[in-house]
Design a protein around this ligand. Structure first.
Ligand SMILES: [Zn+2]
Length: 564
């Protein structure tokens, strides 16, 4: 299958293309130097933007938490029923869409790769079943490893190499992509109804602190040469004053970095950037976090941008979900996964008229606008926690237009308006910055070498948006920009045109990408000791725990070799 995308304005930050008018040639699913016009299908992209396909580094699209959200919220589905077409399956939408609808909606927005960030290892099979059922996009999943007993024990005993071998085994067993850590130590405490409150609190029973878990897994991550950094949901997430925990966390990892390479990704950082001591005086710590990130290179973040409206919160942070339940009085589900991790689901509505919610809306944007280097901060809503991913075009408009921000500002609670830093910020993203925040930066942070760019050899995952960067003033005409990003003119996946102006024109199955780390046999992860203890720690036998590769409909393995 040959394809020629002609005459578009190409934004490809990894290859330093800033809206250059040029053709993009595709052959057999890859970007190539050229194809002859006679042999290829031609897409006329004149007056349009061409970007690599969108990459989402953190979006809960599959797994037990997502499915609990679906079960808990019939009212989420009633209002957004999707009928089948000749090519597509039926389903439901809004904040926790069914698997097929998830794939279709991402695809029509020009996204081609999405990572689901919260996979309990024991429920990896379920997660991959759902991912197998999510068409159109490439996928990956992060196993939750920050509160798992083996990890805590190895790290307590400073057995970093054994821990690395165990994590390598876990990646293979769960077909996972990166080490996910959620409220380290706090989830283990939650098993007994407690939590941790600083990174130096001790986790009872394990004689270890959150700080040691984070630093230990960061060392393990670099020992294994994983493509992504550790992916961290900080302690004290969603609590007033937590910016200081976030700073402590960032600082404790600084001396583990070599050169300019990041060693940690702090996810949905908006939820971790609050000042104040209670909800009455809660304010923004975005400027403090941004200042730190402007001065250091060892971390990246994503926004976790709030969208006003109804959504569903879901996270492995069980104690946080319990707090949210007591705060809102909404219905709540708690889910403990044996000794591995916890989880909870609570419906939530972000209101403009709430000073706290409006402040959160402001903090996400402040982070994105106050961090100077767009390669350090990526656009997410922590779907669906701060809002459904279908709201991305609205965020793009806020990032590109001060006017769009002012318009929303005029409608939020006056207390939040008074505290917000947004009126003092006149920065506006250009399309180049948007290309970094929505694909190039995310692909680079994930270590996905063939994604997020349009250089020769890259995957032919491409988005074409019907907006002319030479004619439009995005600051003034932000509505047009919003409209263009809502429905890509063309989405191309593996070299095939799969969506056109909001409609799926071809249903294709993406790949599930996972990491297979090879470690020195001396580090031994399958010792008799582990086999023996397996029975104590899990209800599943050692031999039955791993998922076989053929369980994935389309598997793509990234092999890495650990340092010896
Ligand atoms: Zn999340």
């Amino acid at each position: 299958m040959k394809l020629l995308i002609k005459n578009g304005s190409v934004y490809d930050p990894i290859n330093s293309l800033k809206g250059d008018r040029m053709d993009i040639a595709v052959n057999e699913g890859k970007i190539v130097d050229q194809v002859s016009e006679e042999e290829a299908e031609v897409v006329d992209a004149s007056g349009m933007i061409v970007m690599p396909g969108g990459v989402d580094i953190h979006s809960h699209i599959a797994g037990p938490d997502v499915n609990l959200g679906r079960l808990l919220r019939p009212e989420d589905h009633y209002r957004d029923v999707v009928t089948k077409t000749r090519l597509t399956r039926s389903g439901v939408g809004h904040s926790v869409p069914s698997t097929f609808v998830t794939g279709y909606r991402y695809s029509t927005m020009g996204y081609t790769t999405v990572v689901t960030p919260s996979m309990p290892p024991l429920e990896a099979r379920h997660t991959h079943e759902e991912l197998n059922d999510t068409p159109m996009i490439d996928k990956a999943a992060f196993p939750l490893l920050g509160d798992w007993w083996f990890v805590l024990e190895y790290l307590r005993d400073k057995k970093f190499e054994e821990c690395a071998a165990h994590v390598a085994w876990m990646m293979r067993a769960t077909k996972g992509y990166a080490i996910k850590i959620v409220n380290p130590g706090g989830l283990e405490r939650w098993g007994f109804g407690g939590n941790v409150h600083t990174i130096r609190d001790e986790v009872p029973g394990f004689n270890i602190t959150p700080r040691e878990i984070i630093r230990g897994l960061c060392r393990v991550n670099s020992l294994l040469h994983m493509p992504h950094t550790i992916h961290l949901h900080t302690n004290n997430l969603g609590k007033p004053g937590n910016y200081s925990t976030t700073l402590d966390t960032l600082k404790c990892l600084r001396n583990l970095a070599t050169g300019d390479k990041p060693v940690v990704h702090i996810t949905h950082c908006q939820f971790s950037s609050f000042t104040g001591s209670d909800w009455m005086n809660m304010g923004t710590g975005a400027d403090i976090i941004a200042r730190y990130l402007n001065q250091h290179t060892h971390a990246t973040i994503d926004m976790g941008q709030v969208l006003f409206g109804d959504t569903t919160t879901m996270t492995a942070d069980g104690p946080f979900q319990y707090d949210l339940y007591t705060l809102t009085g909404n219905k709540w589900m708690n889910h403990d996964v044996e000794t591995e991790t916890s989880g909870g689901v609570v419906p939530f509505r972000y209101k403009r008229t709430s000073p706290v919610h409006a402040m959160q809306w402001s903090i996400g944007l402040e982070l994105a606008l106050l961090i100077d280097d767009p390669w350090k901060v990526y656009m997410t809503t922590d779907h669906p926690n701060a809002g459904p991913f279908t709201g991305y075009p609205r965020i793009i408009a806020w990032l590109m237009s001060q006017k769009a921000r002012e318009k929303t500002m005029s409608k939020i609670h006056r207390k939040a308006r008074r505290k917000s830093l947004l009126p003092s910020i006149d920065r506006e993203y250009g399309f180049y910055d948007i290309a970094i925040a929505t694909r190039a930066g995310q692909a680079r942070a994930l270590g996905l070498r063939d994604k997020g760019h349009l250089g020769i050899g890259a995957d032919a995952d491409i988005a074409v948006y019907d907006v002319d960067p030479e004619k439009i003033d995005a600051s003034r005409d932000y509505r047009k920009v919003r409209r263009a990003f809502r429905n890509a003119a063309y989405t191309i996946k593996d070299g095939y045109i799969v969506a056109k102006s909001g409609e799926i024109v071809q249903s294709r199955l993406g790949r599930t990408i996972w990491v297979d780390p090879t470690v020195s046999p001396e580090w031994s992860d399958t010792s008799d000791d582990m086999r023996n203890r397996f029975k104590d720690y899990w209800t599943i036998e050692y031999e039955n725990y791993p998922i076989k590769e053929n369980f994935l409909e389309r598997s793509e393995t990234i092999r890495v070799r650990a340092e010896v």
